[in-house]
Ligand binder design. Structure first.
Ligand code: 15L
Length: 268
């Protein structure tokens, strides 16, 4: 039976805000959790993932979890450690204690960000490509995927780890033409990940059906996800404004884009 009550962590964040609007029409009742207050949602739980008592209460009556919470870009290791690594561990521990059977984990393309960029439209990068994190942030997403694997093998908690590309209303860079996940397709993918039977631990890439796709969407499609959007209508204007991707530019040479070249690096 399909989960009804879904705990949404990171509900005040970028993707969380989009999904708060787009998931309820699929029949989910969302329980919202974020360290910041959620605009216009007085019933949202405002707590950190380190607050085990708040997490325990948040799990009550929950059928599944969509775990979006955490730092969403590069940060000093200690911050990533607390928010993303320890936070995700706390979340799974609370899920285990409460008997929650299904998690959808927001992983990221930055778990494999140093992978060389393939030809546009090749869909060449499989989910089994070796991890090549481009940041401590990407490293934490690999940790989350492995934690999900461990909790499946040890405790039978199923997870779909979604290596999200760029989930935003419109693509705003030439790189995003290849990895864009439209908000509507994101909701379709989360719904598939919440309801597909027998997922064990499954890793999928999260993007729309982009003409210039870099990675393989077959594991996502196997869950029943059928993307409907394509970034291609935005291509001509973005390329005219920014120029085509230049293979000689290191920030264009790898999946993670400027996360491979420009993020602040710590310690400094
Ligand atoms: C991510 O993982 C970030 O959370 C998001 O802000 C974008 O930077 C995205 O990746 C991307 O690669 O565009």
């Amino acid at each position: 039976t399909a989960p009804r009550t879904v705990l949404l962590t990171g509900a005040a964040g970028g993707v969380g805000t989009l999904m708060r609007a787009l998931l309820p029409p699929y029949g989910y009742r969302l329980r919202l959790f974020d360290q910041r207050p959620v605009d216009g949602e007085p019933d949202a739980i405002t707590a950190e993932l380190a607050d085990t008592e708040a997490l325990r209460e948040a799990m009550d009556g929950v059928d599944a979890i969509v775990h979006l919470a955490g730092i969403s870009l590069e940060a000093p290791f200690e911050k990533i450690l607390r928010a993303n690594i320890e936070g995700t561990y706390r979340l799974y521990e609370a899920a285990r204690a409460a008997g929650v059977r299904r998690v959808v984990f927001a992983s990221s393309n930055h778990a494999v960000g140093f992978t060389p960029r393939p030809a546009d439209g090749s869909g060449a990068i499989p989910v089994g490509t070796p991890r090549r994190p481009d940041t401590y942030y990407g490293l934490s997403k690999g940790f989350g995927e492995d934690l999900a694997s461990l909790y499946w093998d040890l405790h039978g908690i199923e997870t779909v780890s979604v290596r999200i590309g760029s989930c935003c209303p419109e693509p705003t860079s030439v790189r995003m033409l290849s990895i864009w996940l439209s908000p509507a397709d994101c909701a379709r993918l989360l719904d598939a990940a919440l309801t597909a039977p027998g997922v064990g631990h499954t890793v999928v890439y999260g993007s729309s059906a982009n003409t210039r796709l870099w990675w393989d969407l077959s594991t996502a499609r196997a869950l029943g996800y059928t993307p409907r959007d394509d970034s291609e209508p935005y291509a001509a204007e973005l390329i005219a404004a920014q120029g085509a991707l230049d293979p000689g530019n290191p920030a264009h040479a790898r999946l993670g884009g400027s996360f491979c070249t420009d993020p602040p690096r710590w310690p400094h």
